[in-house]
Design a protein around this ligand. Sequence first.
Ligand SMILES: Nc1ncnc2c1ncn2[C@@H]1O[C@H](COP(=O)(O)OP(=O)(O)OP(=O)(O)O)[C@@H](O)[C@H]1O
Ligand SMILES: [Mg+2]
Length: 243
Amino acid sequence: MNKNSLLEIKTISASYPGGMQVLNGVSIQAFEGEIVSVIGSNGAGKSSTLKSVMGFLNVTKGEILFKGKSLKGLRPEQILSAGLGYVPQGRVVFEKMTVKENLELGAFIFQDSRKIAESMSNVFSIFPLLEERQEQFAGTMSGGEQQMIAVGRSLMTNPNILMLDEPSLGLSPKYVSEIFEKIIELSNQGFTIILVEQNVTQALEICDRGYLLELGRNKIEGTRDQLISSHEVHNMFLGGGNS
Ligand SMILES: Nc1ncnc2c1ncn2[C@@H]1O[C@H](COP(=O)(O)OP(=O)(O)OP(=O)(O)O)[C@@H](O)[C@H]1O
Ligand SMILES: [Mg+2]
């Protein structure tokens, strides 16, 4: 099967605007339709990698290609418009706004109200709960429901690829399972997914391929089965009670 490469992060080094270099040799590739999981200890550089793709860090070496074109020099909103969706770590919702208003904010790059309505109805078909609760203030929703708002908001620009940074963080087991089910559903709908997760067991189970980052660089990469049977992954996360 000859799949197209959608996103290719090629041996990047990157630093925060203050100058602190945090990545030094990260390479991640996502082919169309894949779920790619990115794991690693706290501080390994997982979030910084996604932020680099979105244009929030200075990429000082290497390059990032999306649909074969370099993202170099593009601003975050241009990167969104190009078809990259991003859900930052930490369930960022606007608490004093309704669910519907939160979703509308996700579509800020569209001027066209018909397009916004279409995206909204697509989000409601994936998350029926958000339609039922569309007038509720986001701040009064549960943690799991807020995560659905955050994911729903990122879908409002109709991205080709969705980068999720720890979507299950801090959620109760019921919501963790629900989020993972939704990720599979999104994948079945054709979204390519990059999933950063500390729930290593589940993240590896649902992925096609994955990467383990350590100290700002690639440590191990492989298919789902290769990673699940890797001694290193096992010792770090699956056997040591650290997942
Ligand atoms: N805004 C920032 N300015 C400077 N350094 C930062 C900033 N945010 C993160 N870092 C540093 O970058 C390194 C990588 O952090 P990053 O948040 O990418 O790790 P992570 O793998 O996502 O970890 P976690 O699992 O805790 O979310 C860490 O050393 C961290 O201290
Ligand atoms: Mg992180």
